[in-house]
Design a protein around this ligand. Structure first.
Ligand SMILES: O=C(O)CCC(=O)C(=O)O
Length: 327
């Protein structure tokens, strides 16, 4: 069954705004500075991308210069069945999102079992290692709330994760949308947990409860899969349709990628925000230059998978979602 794309009723604009406004602008930028420095050190070409890819003229120029994809052979068989990559890319160009993917049961079940049995790292911190079913005990042991649990490079120890990452539909859609140079830049699985007192910095690091756009490459595409049943209480992903292709000037000429919910919803349309609930295995693909966010689960943990594509050399550290830790 596909993911449900419903206009976002919850969390409400007001709730979102209250969360998105917490934390000063300087604090929000300061949190990211070590990440920026590490990125420019690893790849100096990151800097022009970081400055210009947020502007519509910069993006359009880069897109215009890119090599177009000309498929030569028929698509190879896919675990997603008979989906048309060119048609999905068309939907992506119009809406910024396509939400009708479903993983076979044996694949999402294997990944779920793997994620229950393999230790993850809390709040992106390799010092906070625990098993997801023991989340409450881990919070007590570490004496702090654990909002997320990442697997980093361990993600690739799951055969199900590898099967999804390598599926021919993904690269086919990515090439149709991003052009001939599309390449894999991320593969990660992670938990988000209901937790009593997460900090604004932890939520910001986990991309939760704040509309933002991604700026890890000139052009990107991300496939996401809900690996457990996701409803309103499980911290669903939210995407603002159409926000990938038109941009308020203020959202182009700023260093901040996160913006208050009222500002985002007023400009791009509250009716354009869709909440991606759905059964285990449901998935969607989005252009993450569009405004999006995860939300903090309130009832049950969410297990999520992401496979990302870009057009530049991938960052070694970000490949499995690892930010620079500020501790
Ligand atoms: O947890 C989520 O659903 C959001 C993830 C996200 O914002 C991202 O990967 O950029």
């Amino acid at each position: 069954m596909p993911v449900n794309v419903s206009p976002t009723a919850s969390p409400s604009g007001n709730d979102l705004e209250a969360v998105a406004r917490s934390g000063s602008r300087f604090r929000r930028m300061a949190v990211r500075i070590p990440t920026y420095l590490a990125d420019v050190k690893e790849n100096p070409a990151w800097l022009p991308m970081f400055m210009l890819a947020r502007t519509m003229p910069g993006r359009r120029a880069h897109w215009a210069m890119s090599a177009k994809y000309k498929p030569t052979a028929a698509s190879a068989p896919s675990i997603f069945g008979d989906l048309d990559a060119a048609k999905i890319a068309e939907d992506l160009r119009r809406d910024g999102i396509f939400a009708n993917l479903q993983l076979p049961a044996e694949i999402h079940t294997e990944i779920r079992d793997f994620a229950d049995a393999t230790p993850c790292f809390g709040n992106f911190n390799r010092g906070l290692e625990f098993l997801a079913p023991q989340h409450d005990e881990a919070e007590a042991t570490f004496g702090r709330s654990l909002l997320s649990g990442h697997f980093f490079e361990r993600s690739l120890d799951s055969p199900g994760v590898l099967a999804v990452q390598k599926d021919p539909l993904l690269i086919d859609v990515a090439r149709h949308y991003l052009g001939a140079t599309a390449q894999l830049i991320t593969t990660r699985i992670w938990w988000s947990f209901p937790t009593k007192a997460s900090s604004e910095a932890d939520r910001s690091l986990a991309s939760l409860d704040k509309f933002h756009f991604d700026l890890d490459d000139w052009r990107m595409l991300k496939f996401f899969f809900n690996l457990v049943d996701v409803d309103e209480g499980t911290g669903p992903h939210v995407f603002v349709k159409g926000s990938h292709s038109r941009r308020k000037t203020k959202h182009q000429y700023t260093l901040l990628v996160g913006h208050p919910a009222d500002e985002v919803l007023d400009y791009y349309g509250a009716d354009k925000a869709v909440t991606l609930t759905g059964p285990a295995g449901s998935g969607f693909v989005e252009d993450p230059f569009g405004f999006h966010m995860g939300t903090v689960p309130t009832t049950r943990p969410r297990l999520m998978m992401e496979v990302g594509f870009g057009v530049s050399k991938p960052s070694r550290r970000r490949f499995h979602g690892e930010p620079v830790i500020r501790r």
